[in-house]
Design a protein around this ligand. Structure first.
Ligand SMILES: Nc1ncnc2c1ncn2[C@@H]1O[C@H](COP(=O)(O)OP(=O)(O)OP(=O)(O)O)[C@@H](O)[C@H]1O
Length: 306
């Protein structure tokens, strides 16, 4: 691949220090024809600086080294600069996992092949959601996680279990073209992708580019539901059963009647009383590790048969 590319690096992502120069060298070794600019995030004014950079240059590829927050930042700023490639460095990296990219090695392998997929965006009010937004359990988890000083997957799992036992049931009203539905749930998820960063498959029907999003209500009522949910969160197994209700939609309104905490792609958004949601079909293009995705699909077929 030839042309100009931008490597966006969050040096603070995940639990290990990241060296932008080393990363750039690895990318150059795979894509020697690229002219590579590097942009290191600072944690403040990044959106403004990145937008300025995109106004000044036309990039053929955006490489994003960081966690979900950095991917979101890049996608917000670079709508017309597709394709994008994720080099996962975060503690969770849920979106990368949906693209078959579970590690930096997977990402570098994918760059060598440069296979891409189109991807929908979900607009929640004025905010872009690339992957997952939710009220309740997971937003509380992020809140708890941000308040603690621990990082990494083990801390995330521990927080998940603690949160499972402390989230209260919230009331929501879901308004669709077909009418209003009253919902009681521990968590109400708006999903583009199929899984959380832990690997938990919350939304097995989903595709990132089908022109639809899913709303999933999770209401844990008994021990069996709890086991399902914790298995999913801990081992990445598909979560399913009576605790889960799904709606497949192109737009909706959600009223947050109990003032549950809300998050979009890992970023806490307070407790909005109402949100308006709509799908923007295939506005992005991302590099995918097709080999991994195929292997996973085969694995899921096996699971269904067994
Ligand atoms: N140089 C920096 N120093 C400190 N914080 C930074 C810096 N650059 C970005 N950040 C902050 O990093 C956060 C985004 O992190 P990101 O989501 O990419 O990684 P993560 O939190 O480790 O991963 P994950 O979302 O997968 O858990 C933002 O809050 C942003 O403000």
């Amino acid at each position: 691949m030839a042309g100009q590319a931008l490597l966006i690096v969050n040096p603070n992502a995940g639990s290990e220090a990241v060296d932008a120069t080393d990363l750039a060298a690895e990318v150059k070794a795979i894509l020697p024809g690229l002219e590579l600019d590097v942009f290191e995030t600072k944690g403040e004014w990044d959106e403004e600086s990145l937008k300025r950079r995109f106004r000044a240059s036309q990039y053929q590829l955006i490489l994003i080294a960081g966690g979900d927050g950095t991917v979101k930042l890049a996608a917000d700023c670079a709508w017309e600069h597709c394709p994008m490639a994720i080099l996962p460095l975060g503690s969770a990296n849920g979106l990368a996992r949906c693209l078959g990219i579970n590690s930096l090695d997977d990402a570098l392998q994918a760059l060598g092949k440069m296979e891409t997929v189109g991807m929908d965006g979900i607009m929640i009010g004025d905010h872009l959601c690339l992957h997952l937004a939710d009220f309740g359990f997971n937003a509380n988890l992020i809140h708890r996680f941000e308040e603690g000083d621990s990082r990494g997957m083990i801390a995330y799992f521990k927080s998940s279990l603690a949160e499972l036992f402390s989230t209260e049931i919230s009331q929501f009203e879901l308004e669709t073209d077909r009418g209003k539905i009253q919902i009681e749930a521990h968590m109400l998820v708006i999903a583009n992708g199929d899984r959380y960063g832990t690997g938990a498959v919350i939304n097995p029907q989903s595709s990132l580019a089908d022109g639809w999003f899913e709303v999933i209500a999770v209401h844990v009522q008994d021990v069996e539901d709890l086991i399902q949910l914790s298995k999913g969160l801990i081992s990445g197994e598909k979560v399913d059963g009576k605790a889960f209700r799904h709606w497949t939609l192109k737009n909706c309104k959600i009223r947050n009647l109990s003032k549950a905490k809300f998050q979009i792609d890992g970023e806490l958004m307070g407790t909005p009383s109402e949100i308006v949601v709509r799908i923007e079909p295939k506005i992005f293009r991302f590099v995918v590790n097709a080999q991994n995705l195929k292997a996973e699909l085969d694995l899921r077929v096996e699971n269904l048969d067994s």
